[in-house]
Write a protein that binds this ligand. Sequence first.
Ligand code: ZN
Length: 149
Amino acid sequence: MAIRTIRISTDEVLRKTCKEVKEITPNLITLLDDMADTMYDANGVGLAAPQVGILKRVVVIDIGEGLVELINPVILETSGSQTDDEGCLSVPGKYAPVERPNYVKAKAMDRDGNEFIIEGEELMARALCHEIDHLDGILYIDKALPVEE
Ligand code: ZN
């Protein structure tokens, strides 16, 4: 278990497309453990592997309801919309409104290699979209709405 360095928004690694995980290896388990440590240490609600410089489709989320680890997550369904301020550990100290679906259903693999379905509304839906975007090199600032004065 270790805390890794969080890459900041000008780092090119955040703009790359991540590769699918083909195999659960001891390295991948270490990555999952380290990502959770890093997220909690930074008081974040989510972290994607490219934020620690690893170009793999791996995400951790904890919106205060327990740790969720997602390997190769794919969004299956979305509905509704919500607009709220969003931040990112890779864009420290900044927040801006982003429109996201209000409901998201996704599938992913857990650390034992089993596929599972996750559904979320509001903050969980937002976290799923935000973190999965990271795996395709997309940052929330790309989608942020103009801030109303
Ligand atoms: Zn982020």
